[in-house]
Ligand binder design. Structure first.
Ligand code: ATP
Length: 325
């Protein structure tokens, strides 16, 4: 079923699709909508209560190695994510950014070290609460063969027919034009290869994922919790330039409403306006500060700030050399 749904062409593609399917199904916590056996994905019940809105998430000395791998994807990482701020995670491919995001959302637990929400260690906390308090907009949004309405309200069945919440989410995500083009609007089946199904482009899927993230962030779940942490993993990689500018403005808007936005991005022009930037390399935290601090850091203070500067200047130069006189 997974292979058919995702078009996985080989075993490794299939395995990665299964992994992603399980991650997301576990995460969204709406197992009935997704028609997946709840037992197979049981979220352990109980544990310490987590604060609904901690002042900060404290990552202390966290290391993590994926099963079957020998090199750690995170190696003794310590950092603080203050609530209500935009925090950018940058670094080369494979640096560990998405891995840290998954740990922050509770999809994986650290092998060593702790992740605390204020004083509460998430290792012994109620995992369902952790899922309910975080939203992950993954890099490759999973394309469930469902109606747009069901996808955007996943995990929020009470808002299935909430026209106002749906319209707001569509407006936030720039989905209006996409909806207008569909005869069935929100009831369009988003699934290539299914009778009556419609496929969308990468950028359109990214907008659909953003609408779901917005609805999830601005409404409470069945347990009354509203997420305070929004992890946006390359949220604009497939967007056109105008949509990208709008998306970053919107993330700022979400932070303005009190959410923490953890922005994972290779677009350093976007991370430059974050309140705080963490630079990862090979699973380690190698530099931190605001954009201005990283740009001005002396080499003996933060040697790795140099690689941030170099990457930023390279991107800036790419645009500058093509600007009209
Ligand atoms: P990118 O910028 O390319 O998205 P990233 O900084 O987000 O990279 P991660 O995806 O966190 O990096 O990967 C960190 C390391 O962990 C890489 O070496 C990667 O191969 C490995 N890794 C990531 N996901 C898995 C997984 N599910 N199973 C095994 N190894 C993984």
């Amino acid at each position: 079923v997974v292979a058919v749904r995702t078009g996985a062409a080989n075993v490794s593609g299939l395995l990665s699709s299964v992994n992603q399917l399980f991650e997301e199904a576990l995460y969204v916590g709406d197992l009935q909508t997704l028609a997946i056996e709840a037992e197979a994905l049981a979220i352990p019940a109980g544990g310490t209560d987590l604060p609904e809105r901690p002042d900060a998430i404290h990552v202390e000395d966290v290391s993590f190695t994926y099963a079957g791998r020998t090199t750690p994807s995170l190696d003794k990482v310590s950092l603080v994510v203050p609530t209500g701020k935009i925090v950018a995670l940058v670094g080369d491919n494979g640096a560990g950014k998405s891995t840290l995001a998954r740990l922050l959302c509770g999809l994986y637990r650290p092998d060593s070290g702790t992740i605390r929400w204020d004083g509460v260690d998430t290792a012994t906390a109620d995992r369902a609460q952790q899922f309910a308090s975080t939203v992950l907009l993954p890099q490759d949004f999973f394309r469930w063969p469902l109606t747009l309405r069901a996808i955007v309200t996943t995990g929020r069945p009470g808002h299935h027919d909430d026209a106002r919440a749906l319209t707001e989410a569509a407006e936030f995500a720039g989905m209006e034009a996409l909806l207008q083009k569909q005869d069935r609007g929100w009831d369009t089946l988003a699934a290539k290869g299914f009778e009556g199904g419609v496929d969308f482009s990468g950028g359109q899927w990214q907008r659909i994922g953003t609408a779901r993230t917005y609805l999830r962030t601005t409404t409470a779940g069945t347990d009354g919790r509203r997420p305070f942490l929004v992890v946006a993993d390359e949220p604009t990689s497939a967007l056109d330039p105008a949509a990208e500018v709008r998306a970053f403005d919107n993330l700022r808007r979400l932070a303005g409403q009190g959410a923490t936005v953890l922005l994972i991005t290779h677009r350093l022009a976007a991370s430059a306006s974050a309140d705080l930037i963490y630079v990862l390399k090979d699973g380690r935290l190698v530099a931190q500060g605001t954009h201005e601090e990283l740009m001005a850091a002396a080499d003996d203070e933060q040697p790795a700030a140099g690689s941030y500067r170099a990457a930023y200047l390279l991107q800036a130069q790419q645009y500058a050399t093509r600007l009209p006189d």
